[in-house]
Design a protein around this ligand. Structure first.
Ligand SMILES: N[C@H](CCC[C@H](N)C(=O)O)C(=O)O
Length: 289
């Protein structure tokens, strides 16, 4: 019988994760099993599956899989959750989490908040990446064919370890992100697809955000989208460089630091419950011949 695979169910502002740990036992990584775990009808149910791995360069390596099984480079909300796990393990409040997009320092606060240095935004068209050259990535012109809404023709694009497309609108609720999100996510201009957000600036230090996540769909919060929207709003001079981002699941504070260009993301984390993966969920290793 395959050994029982322990998991932690965690969330950051309702963006939820199943966290597995390869330092304890082998865990499945094939896209089918990841998608089966993430399935909210027949699996555990989550937006992303997070797999912890050993590394000599940081306290742990965080591998990130979307619900569709695709592996990606960054997940802001999960980084806060994993930083909290690392702080408990290492018995210190300053930790470092390695991801495919880089090593992220984090500080776990006594107030249950975690501050993660998400690094510097990548702003060149080929860093997003886009499949055609645009000199001004704070406002690109999208030929949105199937989308007739003119306000959705000139988003900002930015990479914060993963690709983001941010539309600034006057009223979030006036647009059906569930309808056009998947269209934009899969536009050919985004060779690696994109996370798609609607942002509504409400003051010079606050904005509201809704996100259709690449590989996961509508989520209650997206940490990297909050970083991307804050950077894009500041680039367009719609806000300052420190912004409260209000998502359906709650608020994050994003500070795009002037001195070193790093993006600091501050917000909560939560451990919901722990368990073991149901046997049927994990493809059994084929028996040795
Ligand atoms: N869907 C994202 C990964 C998860 C990001 C999100 N959950 C966050 O908190 O940043 C992508 O494909 O790049």
């Amino acid at each position: 019988m395959a050994d029982q695979i322990h998991f932690r169910k965690m969330n950051g502002l309702g963006n939820d994760f199943v966290v597995l740990d390869t330092r304890v036992h082998d865990v499945p990584r094939d896209p089918e099993t990841i998608a089966a775990i993430a399935n909210r009808q027949t699996g555990i149910g989550c937006d992303q599956v997070i797999v912890l791995e050993p590394t000599s360069r940081a306290d742990m390596f965080m591998r990130i899989y979307n619900a569709d099984g695709s592996e990606v480079g960054a997940c802001g909300n999960a980084t806060r959750c994993v930083a909290a796990l690392a702080a408990v393990e290492q018995e210190r409040l300053s930790v470092r989490i390695e991801t495919a997009a880089g090593i992220l320092p984090a500080e776990v606060g006594a107030d249950g908040m975690v501050a993660v240095d998400m690094g510097v935004p990548r702003l060149r068209w080929d860093q997003i990446p886009l499949d055609e050259e645009f000199h001004d990535t704070k406002r690109i012109e999208l030929q949105l064919g199937p989308i007739d809404d003119p306000v959705l023709h000139s988003p900002a694009v930015v990479n914060v370890g993963n690709p983001h497309c941010i539309f600034f609108v006057d009223d979030l609720d006036a647009h059906d992100l569930g309808r056009f999100g998947p269209l934009v996510e899969n536009f050919p201009i985004f060779p690696e697809r994109a996370n798609v957000s609607l942002a509504q600036v409400t003051s010079d230090d606050a904005l509201k955000l809704r996100t259709w996540e690449r590989g996961a769909g509508l989520t209650k919060a997206c940490g990297t989208a909050a970083c991307a929207a804050a950077v894009s709003a500041a680039r367009r001079k719609l806000t300052g460089r420190t912004v409260k981002v209000s998502l359906p699941g709650g608020d994050l504070v994003i500070d795009w630091r002037e001195d070193d260009d790093h993006i600091l993301m501050i917000g909560p984390y939560a451990l919901d419950f722990e368990g073991t993966l149901p046997e049927g969920l994990v493809k059994q290793e084929s028996a040795p011949l």
